[in-house]
Ligand binder design. Structure first.
Ligand code: ATP
Ligand code: MG
Length: 144
């Protein structure tokens, strides 16, 4: 009864506080699963301001950093590890552009996001950031 060896890249996905409060957790996950992307870890948590600042440390010099980290610590979020071939890029395609006004129709952000800050989802942008971001939230033992 060995565990299955699965192949594929991994990425970190977050359903941000606006996605949770708008009631689209299931819809977001459905869009991933429909594309054959596997959820291999998942939890809900409410970040402190400090934890949000730690997660978005690469943006600390940006003018939107204080507001972004207030938003990200304003309510519960759902963090997930997604797995599949080319999942980093595929997830970002499913999410759509950062600014929902520029996002392709049918993407998560075009369909649900209010503005460039409150844009429903986060997705890692490269293998190195995916590895760091997965580590920020999950231990090896949490990932199936
Ligand atoms: P994410 O990293 O959340 O997946 P992204 O890679 O599309 O999104 P980034 O440029 O990394 O976007 O910005 C991180 C997050 O910061 C965005 O998702 C958004 O919530 C917020 N953000 C980005 N640009 C702005 C802006 N000009 N004004 C306000 N908030 C912004
Ligand atoms: Mg980003």
């Amino acid at each position: 009864m060995g565990r299955e060896q699965r192949s594929g890249e991994r990425t970190l996905s977050i359903i941000k506080p606006d996605g949770v409060s708008k009631g689209v957790i299931g819809e977001v996950i459905r869009r991933f699963e429909k594309e054959g992307i596997r959820v291999v870890a998942l939890k809900m948590l409410h970040l402190t301001k400090r934890q949000a600042e730690g997660f978005y440390v690469v943006h600390r010099e940006r003018p939107f950093f204080p507001s972004l980290t207030d938003f990200m610590s304003s309510g519960p979020i759902v963090v997930m590890v997604l797995e599949g071939d080319d999942v980093i890029a595929r997830n970002r395609t499913i999410m759509g552009a950062t600014d929902p006004k520029k996002a392709d129709s049918g993407t998560i952000r075009a369909d649900f996001a209010g503005n460039i800050e409150q844009n429903i989802v986060h997705g890692s942008d490269a293998p190195e950031t995916a590895a760091m971001e997965i580590d920020y939230f999950f231990s090896k033992l949490d990932i199936m």
